[in-house]
Design a protein around this ligand. Structure first.
Ligand SMILES: *[C@@H]1O[C@H](CO)[C@@H](O)[C@H](O)[C@H]1NC(C)=O
Ligand SMILES: *[C@@H]1O[C@H](CO)[C@@H](O)[C@H](O)[C@H]1NC(C)=O
Length: 346
């Protein structure tokens, strides 16, 4: 699974076409409390949303809902801070899109999660195809991490976090082969974290991955990595649980797995939550989705060091599946929204 890699521009237009004509008439008047208000009342730092620049530029309804602090206390950039967006050519950094999202978050009083600095995907070919030797790639990676995180250091507020390394594991718990593992070896992860800490001593440094939300080989591998880092003083503050779930399949071990991570001395966050169903949606599926959202949000609510929840979406990634979010294409709240509120109240 490759979260956040669908053709965004295309989706933005589909979304616009669907959303604009009816956007003002579809708000669910039954909702009396916002999702972020509910999160804060439950002692969490935020309920937040992923976002991307095309939506902000093209869709004022979307932007105004995203800016509602009662609903969203945090933003994650889907693409704006990834390597291909920030350092498309070696040593040439562009922060325009990321800066736009940070400025919006600041204007709204929202926390930022930086996403991400080291990942096998959305890497420019100059990184993958230059046959850098070990020492050179370490330098390239450290320079990327420190320049990007350093750029945003101090611009952001309490609770900010960075996904420093994204999706390092295979399903069986081994480290995934990519240019960093192949050239530098397993030490690339700690070298990236050390560079991140030097660039921003106050940011919470995360490793983010999927299919680590319930017990299994991949979750155990993440626990082992965190334990190892903690025992050796490598800076690691959090585990990001992407949480791209399938309807009716939220892991029964979710809360226990969150507790297993936090017992190691790190916080956790639900970083890319969506719960997809086989289309078309029905009332029964929407009711199950409400239950599932409540389960996920309730697990985070029950775990003191689960700091917040960011929701995402899966429009084009899975054939025939979708409708994964608490809002529909017309920005109307779905039963899932009530599940979110109920989860924070549990
Ligand atoms: C923000 O969202 C809350 C919760 O849905 C709603 O009550 C409020 O009217 C919204 N504020 C604005 C300015 O739209
Ligand atoms: C790359 O260099 C680092 C730092 O010197 C070293 O720890 C690591 O083992 C090297 N990796 C490989 C694959 O030789």
């Amino acid at each position: 699974m490759k979260p956040f890699t669908f053709p965004l521009a295309l989706f933005a237009w589909v979304r616009l076409a669907l959303a604009l004509p009816q956007a003002s008439s579809t708000t669910n008047s039954a909702a009396v409390i916002g999702s972020n208000d509910a999160a804060v009342a439950a002692g969490k730092l935020y309920f937040g949303s992923a976002t991307d620049n095309p939506y902000l530029d093209e869709d004022p309804t979307y932007k105004s809902i995203l800016s509602n602090f009662s609903l969203f206390g945090q933003l994650s950039p889907e693409n704006a801070m990834k390597w291909d967006a920030t350092e498309p050519e070696q040593g040439v950094f562009t922060f325009t899109n990321g800066d736009q999202i940070v400025a919006l978050a600041q204007a709204n009083g929202q926390i930022m999660r930086g996403h991400n600095t080291v990942w096998a995907s959305q890497l420019p070919s100059w990184v993958t195809d230059s046959n850098f030797d070990n020492a050179t790639l370490i330098e390239v990676m450290q320079n990327h991490v420190s320049t990007v995180i350093g750029h945003y250091e101090g611009q952001i507020m309490r609770g900010d976090a960075w996904d420093v390394v994204n999706e390092p594991f295979n399903e069986d718990g081994t480290l995934a082969a990519d240019v960093f593992l192949d050239t530098i070896g397993p030490g690339y992860i700690e070298l990236a974290l050390l560079a991140a800490r030097a660039a921003d001593p106050n940011a919470k440094l995360y490793i983010n991955d999927f299919n680590i939300e319930g017990s299994g080989a991949k979750a155990t591998a993440m626990e082992n990595l965190i334990s190892d880092f903690k025992s050796r003083g490598i800076p690691i503050d959090g585990v990001g649980l992407e949480s791209h779930f399938i309807l009716g399949e939220v892991p029964t071990t979710l809360q226990a797995q969150m507790e297993a991570y936090t017992a190691l001395g790190v916080e956790v966050a639900v970083t890319e939550l969506d719960i997809r169903m086989t289309l078309p949606s029905t009332d029964a599926l929407l009711a199950q989705q409400q239950t599932d959202y409540q389960t996920v949000v309730g697990a985070c609510t029950a775990v003191a060091d689960c700091v917040g929840i960011t929701y995402s979406w899966v429009p084009g990634t899975f054939a025939g599946m979708g409708a994964a979010d608490p809002w529909d294409e017309n920005f109307a709240m779905k039963p899932a929204f009530d599940g979110v509120i109920a989860g924070f109240s549990s």
